[in-house]
Design a protein around this ligand. Structure first.
Ligand code: ADP
Length: 495
């Protein structure tokens, strides 16, 4: 097991402003090992003063950063990608300790993050406005950065979230103030050490702290020209209101309760069972994208469920850093209690518990909330099928009427993602068309490739990340029209 001092963590992290960690002026809060509960570092509990200093630093850095060519900005993003690549092992361990997810997953997170910095380096260079000839002149529509962006991210995949926000914002020529989640700040604070060696001071600033303090101060700051948020739909609404108050643009990536649909013509039941398990249990179920509502066709239901339950029983629940672990602990006791409460709700509303449902004790990690992969046979109207649980809980529904199944698949307030499995291309395409979701994955869940727009329909969000279009969210269009000469007097010509 990795001891935390092998990870070169600092004892205390102040706010990262102008490429240095500022001494902590006020209170701190602990970053805890998700499995053991041990405190591994202290983080500055930033408030209005630190946010103000960070926004001012970002505002000061903005004109020079914006004036750099896209090629120069891209080069620095590529450098950052390279140092994260070289440091992935350590950063992934830090995340595993901080949030409890197994090392295999947190390593993939960092690879994913690296791909984002690279993708947006390339995208920056190829991000173009447009132009066209007009009578006696020319129209140029050019894209300009907003200035200072306020970025707020959640705890489930911190490396990916930091990259999702920082990469497009700075690629587009903005400077940023990022607030990581209070449950998952460590790898982002460590990322700052790399940032300090690569980027000019003030371009990327990071302020740890709590949502209602640091987060609220950031969203309300008059120097912030654009807000981007990933997290719950409840907080998304608050961020949106803060944006409305000051009339600044807000992009939101919010919750999900995604359907995953199994048709009776699938060729390999075991493969689909495995994919459905992965869809819902990856990240220990703490993913906004998770396919948490599984619709299985009546004709194969019994066979499918038998294999699904057997598969869930094979899942090894263990410590985050053990190599044979498939699922590990949830991020915090609070989240663990929330998930257990939902399991109780499922039972009390009459859902049939097929497997799991209990907290598991893992030796040496007794403080961690390890919860068995849990499967309910449910109906779509139940709370466990309607509300985002953010834990390893799957609701399965049997279906036979196609139109009714589609209505139920769409019958939630969210619309982030959807999966479907069929051998029939026409069926796949027509079903994808009917699903109200920002991403539809056919025959493989979580099929995210760099450049595929990622964003939610309905209450799952506003805007698309992860793609070229994202740069448009971080820039506004300016139209410049040129006439070759001033027109002859015509408005009030001399007599
Ligand atoms: P999750 O459900 O994934 O924990 P939350 O929506 O609660 O997500 O939090 C996501 C991020 O939003 C975190 O960084 C959190 O600190 C921040 N946050 C929470 N409340 C507020 C708020 N009122 N204003 C700004 N940020 C907030």
């Amino acid at each position: 097991m990795t001891s935390t001092n092998e990870l070169s963590l600092s004892e205390t992290y102040g706010a990262f402003i102008d490429n240095e960690f500022r001494p902590v002026a006020g209170q701190t809060f602990p970053a805890k090992h998700a499995g053991t509960g041990e405190t591994v570092a202290q983080l500055a509990r930033c408030g209005r003063t630190e946010i103000d200093a960070a926004v001012q630093a970002a505002a000061k850095a903005a004109p020079a950063w914006r004036a750099r060519s896209a090629e120069e900005r891209a080069e620095l993003l590529l450098k950052l990608a390279a140092v994260i690549e070289a440091d992935t092992d350590r950063l992934a361990r830090i995340d595993s300790i901080d949030i409890g997810r197994r090392l295999f997953e947190t390593t993939l997170d960092h690879r994913f993050a690296i791909s984002q910095y690279r993708y947006f380096a390339a995208a920056a260079i190829t991000h173009e406005g447009f132009g066209r000839a007009i009578p006696n002149g020319y129209l140029v529509a050019k894209r300009e950065p907003y200035g200072v962006c306020g970025l707020i991210i959640p705890w489930n995949v911190p490396a990916i979230m930091a990259a999702f926000k920082i990469a497009p914002a700075v690629a587009a020529g903005n400077t940023v103030v990022l607030k990581p989640d209070e449950n998952a700040s460590l790898s982002t604070m460590e990322l700052c050490k790399h940032i300090a060696r690569i980027f000019p001071p003030g371009v990327i600033n990071v302020v740890p702290g709590f949502g209602e303090e640091a987060g609220a101060a950031l969203t309300a700051h008059p120097g912030v020209a654009k807000l981007a948020f990933t997290g719950s739909s409840e907080v998304g609404r608050i961020i949106s209101q803060a944006g409305a108050e000051r009339l600044v643009p807000v992009s939101l990536e919010l919750g999900g309760k995604s359907p995953n649909i199994v048709f009776p013509d699938i060729e390999d039941i075991d493969a689909v069972v495995d994919n459905a398990m992965f869809a819902t249990m990856y990240c220990n179920g703490q993913s906004c994208l998770a396919g948490t509502r599984l619709f299985v066709h009546d004709a194969i239901y019994d066979d499918f469920m038998e294999r699904l339950v057997a598969g869930m029983r094979r899942v090894k629940v263990g410590p985050a850093l053990a190599t044979d672990t498939i699922m590990s602990s949830l991020v915090s006791a609070e989240q663990g209690e929330r998930v257990l409460k939902y399991i109780d709700i499922g039972i009390s509303e009459g859902a049939r518990l097929m497997v799991g449902g209990k907290r598991v004790s893992v030796e040496g990690n007794e403080a961690g909330y390890f919860i068995e992969p849990t499967v309910f046979e449910a109906t779509n109207s139940m709370r466990i099928a309607q509300e985002e649980i953010f834990g390893p809980v799957l609701s399965v529904m049997r279906w036979s009427d196609y139109d009714q199944m589609i209505a139920e698949a769409n019958g939630v307030r969210y619309g982030l993602a959807a999966g479907l499995y069929t051998s029939n291309l026409r069926n796949a395409w027509e079903t994808a068309d009917r699903l109200q979701a920002g991403s539809v994955w056919i025959n493989q869940y979580f099929n995210l490739a760099s450049g595929s727009p990622f964003g939610g329909f309905k209450e799952s969000g506003i805007g698309s990340e992860y793609c070229h279009e994202t740069l448009n969210m971080y820039t506004h269009l300016k139209a410049i029209t040129v006439q070759t000469k001033v027109m002859e007097p015509w408005f009030a010509p001399k007599p």
